[in-house]
Design a protein around this ligand. Structure first.
Ligand code: AHM
Ligand code: MG
Length: 280
């Protein structure tokens, strides 16, 4: 596991440089989800692949930016599902973006994830590593990540991060969101999953939701690269992560780019989601 985290550290330092000084234009390609890839999406994917080539414990990589899985080391132990540059459409407005990694054994079902790492490229570069607990690291001037603290969620928070287009929300979802705001929660939503969830984790709690909508009944966020890694982080930080009715980590993707509605938060807010969705 150490060599995987070291590979992610090296990759993230290279990606940070690419974000700061690289070409922010679009490429001629679309990914499996149909998004036109930025040159930076492709560059970040290649950087990560190059760094994982040096880590012999990595058997297979599955990237949001690749159509199919790729085996790097036949005798490796781990499968890594990753989103090289999540929220990349925010780069042209200079908001924070991130990289997300799920480390799996045997297959990419939610129950097979054994560690998760994400990196936030914001005013500072931070890396969060979840294995037994959740640790925050920050990149220093010496080019090394330094441990800052262990992240633990409170029972209840103050942030309500509400994703997806509101006109596609179900009435019961809208009612839940309205009730949470009526209780004094504040809206915090940049449109970048990594900084939005990082904010909830570091401010002690709250709720991030990306529900089903009339257009996208299975939500937008991808299980293997985005949803399972953050579900693992939230559970290890003593919060919860559900699809509305059950734990996200109980889900089995039907294909590598499969998606799910998702809710991440501290336990009080997730309890509210369970109550609102149980009646449906
Ligand atoms: P991306 O991987 O194509 O960048 O999309 C994922 C992003 C997440 O970071 C974010 O939570 C979500 O899409 C925002 O979607 P929306 O604009 O529909 O709220
Ligand atoms: Mg993404």
């Amino acid at each position: 596991m150490r060599e995987i985290i070291d590979a992610i550290s090296r990759a993230s330092i290279r990606i940070k440089r690419a974000i700061e000084f690289g070409d922010t234009g679009y490429s001629d390609h679309t990914n499996k989800t149909g998004d036109t890839q930025l040159k930076l999406d492709i560059a970040s994917d290649l950087i990560i692949e190059e760094e994982f080539q040096k880590a012999h414990s990595v058997k297979t990589i599955i990237s949001e930016e690749k159509d199919t899985a790729k085996t790097l080391h036949e005798n490796g132990k781990y499968i890594i599902g990753y989103d090289p540059l999540d929220g990349s459409s925010l780069i042209d407005v200079n908001l924070a973006v991130g990289s997300i990694f799920g480390i799996y054994e045997n297959d990419t079902n939610g129950s097979s994830i054994v560690a998760a790492v994400y990196v936030v490229y914001g005013p500072r570069t931070e890396m969060v590593v979840a294995i037994d607990d959740v640790k925050l690291y920050r990149l220093g001037a010496d080019g090394n990540f330094k441990e800052i603290k262990t992240i633990t969620l409170n029972q209840k928070g103050k942030i309500n991060a509400t994703g997806a287009t509101q006109k596609g929300w179900a009435a019961y979802h809208k009612k839940l969101v309205d009730e949470i705001f009526s209780d004094g929660y504040r809206l915090r939503y940049s449109g970048g999953m990594v900084p939005d969830l990082h904010q909830i984790l570091l401010k002690g709690g709250g709720l991030f939701s990306y529900p089903a909508t009339t257009d996208t009944p299975k939500g937008k966020l991808r299980l293997v690269f985005e949803v399972f890694p953050f579900a693992f982080v939230f559970e290890k930080a003593l919060g919860s992560a559900i699809d509305g009715k059950k734990r996200l980590l109980e889900l089995k993707p039907s294909h590598i780019h499969d998606t799910s509605p998702c809710f991440f938060g501290s336990n009080d807010e997730i309890e509210r989601v369970l109550n609102a969705y149980a009646k449906q």
